[in-house]
Design a protein around this ligand. Structure first.
Ligand code: C5P
Length: 234
């Protein structure tokens, strides 16, 4: 029983739905099973802080995925506001540099909100890194930005399944890793090109999994969520 609570707590359901009403319906459908919801740019633009508070009122924790990347002063105050809103996790772009990371930590103050650093987006490749003047492999860039995170008080990272092994090799368990891009074998791959199954990602070292469409686009989201949670135990 205890184990199944732990498995559910590792799944963050991405509420990437086209309206606040459809996201609200999804939260109601999933009921008390879900511990974490991710609210991203689209839903935040649609539902705003009021929607975040509404989901929190259901008793779930919030991963506010707005990927802050701005001058340090702006990031500090944005993190402060997100923490005041009740975000339990939030994201910043590590490519903003050390001063911006430190400003984010300052903005968090004494809140327990986990700040996660985005290294290289899963849509990026060596070629798109080269376009912006970064001439090294995706893995080298991920490790370099993760080193910067750790040195500046950012305790968590977003990382694709492909980056889990190199990151755990380099940093052990000293960083919390949240992993998107996972697909159960029974689900449509969609536009996910680099995917692992949820249990593979946990075995490779993910602490949390972000899962959207395999749950939210399923004809029975509640059953899909439970099935993934039970597969994590195998
Ligand atoms: O694909 P899925 O619906 O499970 O995506 C859930 C979340 O994972 C999205 O909100 C997105 O932030 C993230 N994602 C990602 N890389 C991808 C696809 C999705 O980081 N290739």
């Amino acid at each position: 029983m205890e184990e199944s609570v732990t498995a559910k707590d590792k799944i963050i359901v991405a509420l990437d739905l086209p309206s606040a009403d459809s996201a609200r319906d999804m939260v109601k459908t999933l009921g008390n099973d879900v511990s974490w919801y991710k609210i991203g740019l689209r839903l935040f633009a649609l539902g705003g802080p009021a929607f975040v508070q509404e989901v929190k009122a259901f008793g779930a924790k919030i991963f506010l995925d707005l990927k802050f990347h701005d001058i340090p002063n702006t990031v500090r105050s944005a993190v402060e506001s997100a923490c005041a809103l009740g975000a339990d996790m939030l994201t910043i772009h590590l490519s903003g540099g050390s001063e911006m990371c430190q400003a984010a930590v300052k903005g968090r103050g004494s809140n327990s909100t986990l700040i996660l650093g985005v290294t290289v987006l899963t849509s990026q490749t060596e070629a798109t890194l080269a376009e912006i003047g970064i001439n090294r492999s995706v893995t080298q860039q991920v490790i370099s930005l993760a080193t910067l995170a750790k040195a500046n008080g950012i305790a968590g990272l977003i990382a694709s399944p492909l980056e889990l092994q190199p990151l755990r090799q380099e940093f052990g368990k000293s960083l919390v890793i949240v992993t998107p891009g996972v697909r159960p074998t029974w689900s449509e791959a969609g536009d996910q090109k680099r995917f692992a199954t949820p249990s593979e990602a946990i075995k490779l070292g993910a602490d949390y999994l972000v899962i959207g469409r395999p749950i939210t686009a399923s004809p029975d989201p509640k059953a899909a969520f439970s099935r993934i949670a039970s597969e994590l135990l195998q």
